[in-house]
Design a protein around this ligand. Structure first.
Ligand code: HEM
Length: 161
């Protein structure tokens, strides 16, 4: 994953974020997946939220002197210090109208444009920022689907993109 710099005066700490589900991680093998619908993760959201928020720990893995911080493909040793920054909680789902509006307008930008937080020297970050801008602009200018079902991307649609 891309690294980021936490900057306080002259002190720079390079970190990689981790977002870890508090409920733990569970992997399904291909047999178990056959039993599931295509949208099972999304379909599970509503019932899960009825029994309380879904939480994730926001962690930062801290680089040490000599670690490669400008190449997302270089994995840092697992022994690196992990600091807990906070928690992300999903409390409710947006209604469909608001969600459609957000999906249309959101631009994913991996470059933090705030004081105290800077991109690392990883060139992938600038590339991602440019690609996500193009992608976001295309979504903004795309025609509205007539029905919600039409918005589901089919394999055929993907093949033409
Ligand atoms: C460290 C590497 C990368 C990470 C962690 C990453 C992560 C993400 C995330 C979190 C999203 C938003 C997904 C969502 O919520 O729907 C996203 C979207 C996307 N990513 Fe990446 N990505 C990486 C590299 C790349 C690369 C190398 C490319 C292409 C060359 C790419 C192309 C895209 C595109 C086209 C989107 C959709 C943007 C949009 O809908 O506006 N990503 N990525």
């Amino acid at each position: 994953m891309n690294a980021f710099k936490l900057v306080k005066k002259d002190k720079v700490t390079v970190v990689r974020y981790r977002i870890v589900p508090i409920a733990g991680e569970k992997h399904l093998d291909s047999e178990a997946l056959k039993e599931k619908s295509e949208f099972y993760l999304f379909d599970e959201l509503k019932p899960r939220l009825q029994s309380g928020p879904i939480g994730f720990k926001l962690l930062a893995q801290v680089a040490e002197e000599g670690d490669v911080t400008d190449d997302a493909t270089e994995i840092w040793p697992e022994a690196r210090r992990i600091v807990e920054l906070g928690e992300i909680q999903i409390e409710k789902m947006m209604d469909d109208a608001e969600s459609a509006k957000q999906q249309k307008s959101i631009i994913f930008d991996p470059i933090p444009r705030i004081d105290g937080l800077q991109p690392s020297d990883d060139p992938l970050l600038e590339v991602r920022a440019s690609i996500y801008l193009i992608s976001g602009k295309q979504r903004r200018s795309a025609e509205e689907p007539a029905k919600a079902e039409d918005a589901v991307i089919t394999d055929a649609a993907v093949a033409t993109t």
